[in-house]
Ligand binder design. Structure first.
Ligand code: NOJ
Length: 562
């Protein structure tokens, strides 16, 4: 186990990342859509949380087929969000408060309204033709490719103008960029320099594992059909060559952080992305825990809160980085449901306690925590009961597909109350006024009706609130090299209700005890512990000798006497 003096310290390993989905954070002009001015107005709140880095979802010019993940101009700000002056003011305001800004880099695909695509589809000999992937119709139907958002799951769209199909792993309005073309790569690197010269502090790279496509678009084996194609999409033959080139051309010139969104990354391939000796990216986030108990089209089964499996996955991922690379920890983001609904209990009785328990987990693991806005006040899923309440094209299209196949729509709606992305996209609940203080207009997505009880203003007044618990936990992590760098060991791996682990660095050992259930749990520990808790979401610690009894959803961090 390395001593602190042997560990390569980095600011991004010691940071807490707070994610802002701008559409839902704060509206400032009454159009019902969050905007950059709204974030500027809330900067003091963000700084008060004790976080270090803000990851901002895309704010670039976009027709919003996929809420900004379909970019029409990489160097302009979306009108709904403001303009470049607002952006510059936001960045300066963050830096003035010691906050860093990480932007989204969405370069697997652009919008079909991007100038490059508008040109590309004009004619087969247009200079931009090779900026995208085309399959001429005279070659017949293209080999099967699965699409996340297409109404028929088909990633090839026919375009009559040039009698050819173009590739889109996401929606028809998100054509995949052709990284095989060096001119396209040069354009992207140039655009990255543009943002770094403005002073941003890093990029979160959207589905970056998909950028290299297989030469000649071969048919994939049967086992990779449907959603399983994700695994092979992530294994494009030139992925690492491109990332090393990007590192050489751009990343190495700045003191910044990078994190891959890594669908298809697994413990046995992730090191290629993040081993610092290879010069690619700093971090990656995987989907393995999010997939527990969740099947095709996000239909859940009884395993979706299987804690033993959850611990197994997270422990396996921790081991990968024991010598090189660095892990990430997250439970939710704009693509997943609210953490308290997904992983614990959002009933009025337990929501607050369970949220604090999950906050303790996120901020006490080894790896940079990515914390999603609103989780600090324990926001929970809105649970729409009708498809026409949803705005997310993924949910809408999957519902359409299920209907077309004569599938079980009731099961679909029930599952999506737990899993759908819109659950995490409802507006932040600032106070108990109309629309939770998010907007004076009509919010683009409804506010969760629990805002009258669950909101920032109420929690500011309450020293025991989820919000103030978050601040306390964030400050503990910042002060504790053991929580940041300490070795991680999972205890009671087979226990169905408790997640217990030690974090050890030099001569300090902490033990984190988390009860993921509604029942009390007694645990006989292998070592003696101090009874004064560093963190506790109850006001009492029940210790008898080496036996600690945890109340429902209790979270404790104690010093051991080992
Ligand atoms: C991942 C993003 O997080 C998600 O919101 C988006 O829909 C897809 N990539 C496509 O860009």
């Amino acid at each position: 186990m390395p001593a602190l003096s042997e560990i390569k310290r980095e600011w991004w390993k010691e940071a807490i990342v707070y994610q802002i989905y701008p559409r839902s954070f704060q509206d400032s002009n009454g159009d019902g859509i969050g905007d950059i001015r709204g974030i500027i107005n809330r900067l003091d709140y963000i700084a008060s949380l004790g976080v270090d880095v803000i990851w901002l979802n895309p704010v670039y010019d976009s027709p919003n087929d996929d809420n900004g993940y379909d970019i029409a101009d990489y160097r302009q700000i979306m009108t709904e969000f403001g303009d470049m002056n607002d952006f510059d003011e936001l960045l300066a305001g963050m830096h003035a408060r010691g906050l860093k800004l990480v932007m989204d880099l969405v370069v697997n695909h652009s919008s079909d309204e991007h100038y490059w695509f508008q040109q590309s589809r004009q004619s087969r000999d247009n200079p931009y033709r090779d900026y995208y992937h085309w399959w001429p119709a005279e070659k017949g139907t293209p080999p099967r490719r699965w699409s996340y958002f297409d109404k028929e799951s088909n990633a090839w769209a026919y375009d009559a103008q040039t009698d050819a199909y173009y590739l889109h792993y996401f929606s028809e309005k998100q054509p995949d960029l052709n990284w095989e073309n060096p001119k396209l790569r040069a354009e992207i690197y140039d655009m990255m320099h543009f943002w770094f010269r403005k002073g941003i502090d890093g990029f979160r790279m959207d589905v970056i594992t998909f950028i290299s496509k297989h030469d000649g678009y071969p048919e994939f084996e049967e086992k990779y059909q449907g959603q399983h194609m994700i695994d092979i999409y992530a294994q494009g033959p030139r992925l690492h060559e491109y990332l090393q080139e990007m590192h050489h051309e751009v990343l190495q010139h700045y003191d910044i952080m990078t994190v891959a969104e890594g669908p298809g990354t697994k413990p046995d391939n992730v090191m290629k992305l993040v081993d610092e000796r290879r010069g690619e990216l700093n971090m990656n986030y995987h989907f393995d825990h999010q997939g527990i108990g969740v099947g095709e089209r996000y239909i859940i089964n009884e395993d979706f809160q299987n804690l033993v499996e959850f611990k197994r996955v997270l422990t396996e991922w921790d081991e990968v980085f024991s010598e090189h690379g660095w892990n990430t920890i997250y439970l939710g983001n704009h693509d997943f449901p609210r953490m308290v609904t997904r992983w614990a209990n959002d009933s009025p009785k337990w929501r607050a306690t369970a949220s604090k328990m999950l906050t303790t987990f996120l901020l006490s693991m080894r790896g940079t925590p990515y914390y999603y806005m609103g989780d600090e006040i324990g926001m929970s899923n809105i649970k729409f009961d009708r498809i026409d309440h949803y705005k997310d094209l993924m949910t809408i299209n999957w519902h359409h597909l299920t209907q077309a196949e004569g599938g079980d729509l009731n099961e679909f709606i029930e599952s999506h109350k737990i899993t759908a992305r819109d659950n995490a996209r409802t507006p932040i609940q600032w106070d108990s006024s109309e629309h939770a203080g998010f907007t004076t207009g009509t919010p683009w997505l409804p506010v969760n009706p629990n805002y009258t009880m669950v909101n920032v203003a109420a929690q500011e007044q309450d020293s025991q609130s989820e919000l103030n618990f978050f601040r306390k936990m964030a400050s503990l992590r910042k002060q504790s090299m053991t929580l940041i760098y300490g070795d991680y060991q999972c205890l009671f791996a087979d226990h169905e209700h408790a997640y217990v682990y030690t974090r050890t660095l030099d001569d300090e050992q902490l033990i984190v005890l988390l009860n993921f259930s509604e029942q009390s749990v007694a645990l006989e520990l292998p070592m003696a512990v101090k009874d004064s808790a560093l963190i506790n979401n109850y006001d009492h610690v029940d210790i008898d000798g080496k036996t600690v009894t945890l109340k429902p959803y209790q979270a404790l961090i104690l010093n051991t006497l080992a």
